[in-house]
Design a protein around this ligand. Structure first.
Ligand SMILES: *Cc1c(COP(=O)(O)O)cnc(C)c1O
Length: 401
């Protein structure tokens, strides 16, 4: 019953009981095409057999051991995660359970790095306007959107937000006497899929390297294969055309295909900063999440699977950009935002209410990313026929609302 919940979510009127691939079924047996995959979480779709197998097999062995000990499956998961990010210089990982926790840990790591090397007073973390980094008091402070700040102060101090793309503001904000880190989503998710420009990312990475300010990328929404590379930052190059090597990377959402998991990864500079007692998590590295995460990592290792993500994204982008009510389409791979002439929430509602078995009509699950912005974040396993169906429904719904 929904009224047992605190009133924290504006929910659409639908309750799901089952999923299969890119479809979900509600309590009345109505069928919905899933263009949101749980906000980029169910990246391999619903009821994906290898994922179900891995989770059930692990559940039959053991659910949990504390971090007093090691778990075979979480050791493997950590190794594979570091291996996947090793081309970018990543050396170590801390396993957590959510995005906010991953960012919280990243901020702690950045502050301690700076403190050990430069002493107190160099603790600021610069982030971008429009960013979203989580719901804890510290990650809200990092989040560069005022609407999240009302009612909950005072916040953790030391966060400042600058305009996306403003290299002069960045240069000023990255004060080497007071600043420990720069935290950036390469593609902003919650604010409507806003990719940072290559020029801005290159300038940011260069300024950070020069001033020994840690370059932290929040890939919680755009990482884990969603853009067609393991991390979105891999698609950016510095001004000499070399890969950009972040000092810290944060992940969550799709990391374990729907089982709660988060992580922060550390490069050369940051991998030896934290010591026993500095950080911890009861559930972090949970064996069931690790077993699921191993399936996700293995699946997205396949270069053909990754190039399919890009190809599918292009089909969606091309399908959307000519619609007369679509003003702009942004994104890469299966992280796509579109500005529309209608209210996004009306589209979400109409996508739900059109589900009707008697008319053989499926609903559509799609996400908002602002008042007039939609987000399309399907499972990587979505079929082309399902993409066509989703685009068809979306086009109808846009015309109707
Ligand atoms: C969702 C998200 C978070 C927060 O993750 P939670 O698991 O909800 O704590 C942080 N950063 C980005 C970019 C996100 O998309």
């Amino acid at each position: 019953m929904n009224n047992a919940f605190m009133n924290t979510y504006k929910r659409l009127p639908v309750t799901f009981v089952r999923g299969e691939g890119s479809f979900l079924f509600d309590i009345n047996g109505k069928k919905y095409l899933d263009f949101g995959s749980g906000i980029a979480v169910n990246c391999l779709g619903h009821n994906y057999p290898p994922l179900v197998r891995a989770v059930t097999e692990q559940a039959a062995k053991y659910f949990h051991v504390s971090n007093y000990y090691s778990s075979d499956v979480s050791i493997s998961f950590a190794e594979k995660l570091v291996e996947a990010a090793s081309p970018l210089g990543i050396k170590k990982v801390f396993l957590a359970n959510s995005g906010a926790e991953a960012n919280e840990g990243a901020c702690k790591l950045a502050r301690k790095y700076s403190l050990l090397k430069y002493g107190p007073g160099r603790h600021k973390i610069v982030t971008l306007k429009g960013s979203f980094h989580g719901r804890t008091i510290t990650t809200l402070a990092a989040t560069g959107q005022d609407k999240f700040h009302k009612d909950f102060g005072p916040f953790t101090e030391g966060f400042l937000h600058i305009e996306c793309g403003d290299i002069d503001a960045l240069d000023k904000a990255l004060d080497e006497k007071t600043t420990a880190g720069l935290l950036i989503e390469p593609i902003q998710g919650e604010s409507g899929i806003i990719p940072q420009s290559e020029e801005f990312i290159a300038a940011a990475a260069e300024l950070c390297a020069k001033r020994d300010i840690l370059f932290i990328v929040d890939e919680i929404q755009c990482g884990v294969g969603r853009t067609g590379t393991f991390l979105a930052i891999e698609q950016y190059k510095d001004k000499n055309g070399n890969p950009i090597k972040p000092d810290i990377v944060t992940l969550a959402k799709g990391l374990a295909g729907g089982v709660p998991a988060g992580a922060f990864l550390a490069g050369e500079k940051t991998s030896e900063v934290l010591s026993p007692g500095d950080h911890g998590s009861t559930f972090g590295g949970n064996p069931i999440a690790a077993a699921a995460g191993l399936v996700v990592l293995k699946t997205i290792q396949d270069t053909e699977f990754l190039s399919d993500i890009v190809r599918k994204g292009e089909i969606i982008i091309n399908g959307l950009k000519n619609h007369h009510l679509v003003k702009e389409v942004r994104g890469k791979g299966l992280i796509i935002g579109l500005d529309i002439e209608k209210e996004a929430w009306d589209v979400l509602e109409a996508g739900i209410s059109r589900a009707d078995n008697s008319k053989n009509q499926n609903g559509l699950l799609i996400l908002s990313g602002g008042v007039n912005t939609l987000r399309v974040l399907p499972a990587y396993t979505i079929l082309e026929s399902e993409i066509d169906q989703g685009l068809e429904i979306l086009s109808q719904v846009l015309d109707e609302v």
